[in-house]
Design a binder for this molecule. Sequence first.
Ligand SMILES: [Zn+2]
Length: 327
Amino acid sequence: MNDMPTLGRPPKRVLRRSVILLLMVVCVLLAVVGARRHHDAAVVPVPPVVADASVPEVAARPPSDELGRAGLRKVKVDLSGPLETALVQGLGSELGQRLTQTVVRQLAWWVQVPKDLLRGDRIELLFEERVGQEPLVVALRFRSHKLGREFKSFRFVAPGAQFGHYYQPGGSELELRLIDSPLDDYDQVTSLLKDGRDHKGIDFKTPVGTPIRAPFEAVVVRKTWLFAQNGNSLELRDVATHRAAIFLHLSPLPASLFVGAAIKRGDVVAQTGNSGHSFAPHLHYQLVSPKGEALDPFVIHKTMRRKLSPTDLALFNAEMQRLEHLF
Ligand SMILES: [Zn+2]
């Protein structure tokens, strides 16, 4: 019995050895075939990639059309879903997302975003891509099914103006202006209460150091709380209505501004900044009812729409024509 297993082993070992040998042969064969295939693939002729010596190495392709010469790009979207999805599909995620943000800022002056954007609405844009900055929309056409008409806006820098703004045909500004505004001028409103971002205030894009005026006769309620979030901040209470005005992301506040101080309407109380949870210089302006509800400054304040002077309107019309031609 003892011998049997011993005697029985050699054939198995031989068999195992043969199997191993066979497997090795197969492996070697496969490897050779694989290598040949690989080699074959490598020797398949590929189109020559050597550049024509007369062409400069950096492919500075000359602009092929007027749009390129103007440094602009064009995009057209017929909405069949979210605007961002369409722009991301057409332009890639980073540019698509950033462009959506800038476009929504304009659309929000005409309709409520996103609920009033309907299937079949058409949005056409001319924009400038800018390195390290958000894209700059210079012309926008928006055909709205909800309102049954087309809207247009064009960016224009009036002579002597600190900022370029968006104007509609006829020369009226796209954005409304607050009367008794905390800022005399600014670059752009970058967030409205009705722009779908669930944000409690208005954001005004403006350089650090822009003076902030009290929108009403007020008393200083508090200074700089929750710094990591709000940065330097200020709350005023309206003497007449007991509403609060909250200003966030300011430059450091003067020591002379103390809690309880009485402020007249129009007094400069602070300067804008970029402090706290803020990604770019801007002013966050928020109105709060005595019950603590967020109020829309564009509803509470009286508003007006600025119009270009006749001289500026002539220049704007020329710019509008130039841009319309590029669509
Ligand atoms: Zn804000």
